[in-house]
Design a protein around this ligand. Structure first.
Ligand SMILES: [Zn+2]
Ligand SMILES: [Zn+2]
Length: 151
């Protein structure tokens, strides 16, 4: 019993049994952990660089940009990049990178602030609302990151 447990522990330290394989080709080591948030649900996929870049033309562009990208809120290693959906609906296309904790917090804040009765507004008012929400969310993230950093 005792020795079996020791062997398992040694394996974990060695790390060889914990190489994660690419979900797509199941051959290469998964070096890309792709997080996407769809309708408030986050999904993550583990892909190798090849499969990730092959999965979509945007992914190829993105991974090139991601090489030297930083989380735009805390400066950490970004786990995901994409077009900011708030910027998109307001007509501004920009790439945005954030690490997983920041991404989740940003998403949570936006969901929380989105007004359920906004659909009754005119398109112009909705856009104004979303622009304001985008600015509020950025301000909230700066606050959140500084509080998180001091903990
Ligand atoms: Zn692969
Ligand atoms: Zn971050």
């Amino acid at each position: 019993m005792q020795s079996a447990r020791l062997v398992a522990a040694a394996d974990e330290v060695g790390g060889t049994s914990h190489v994660m394989l690419c979900e797509s080709c199941k051959k290469n080591e998964a070096t890309c952990h792709v997080c996407t948030i769809v309708d408030g649900v986050s999904q993550s996929r583990d892909l190798c660089m090849e499969c990730h870049e092959a999965s979509s033309p945007e992914a190829r562009e993105l991974s090139a940009a991601q090489r030297d990208a930083r989380c735009e809120y805390c400066g950490g290693q970004p786990c995901a990049g994409g077009t900011d959906f708030l910027a998109m609906v307001t007509g501004v296309q920009k790439l945005k990178f954030s690490c997983m904790p920041c991404l989740l917090e940003h998403n949570r804040y936006v969901q929380q602030q989105l007004q359920p009765d906004a659909s009754g507004l005119s398109q112009r008012d909705q856009l104004a609302l979303l622009r304001k929400l985008g600015r509020d969310a950025d301000a909230h993230m700066q606050q959140w990151v500084s509080e998180r950093g001091s903990r």
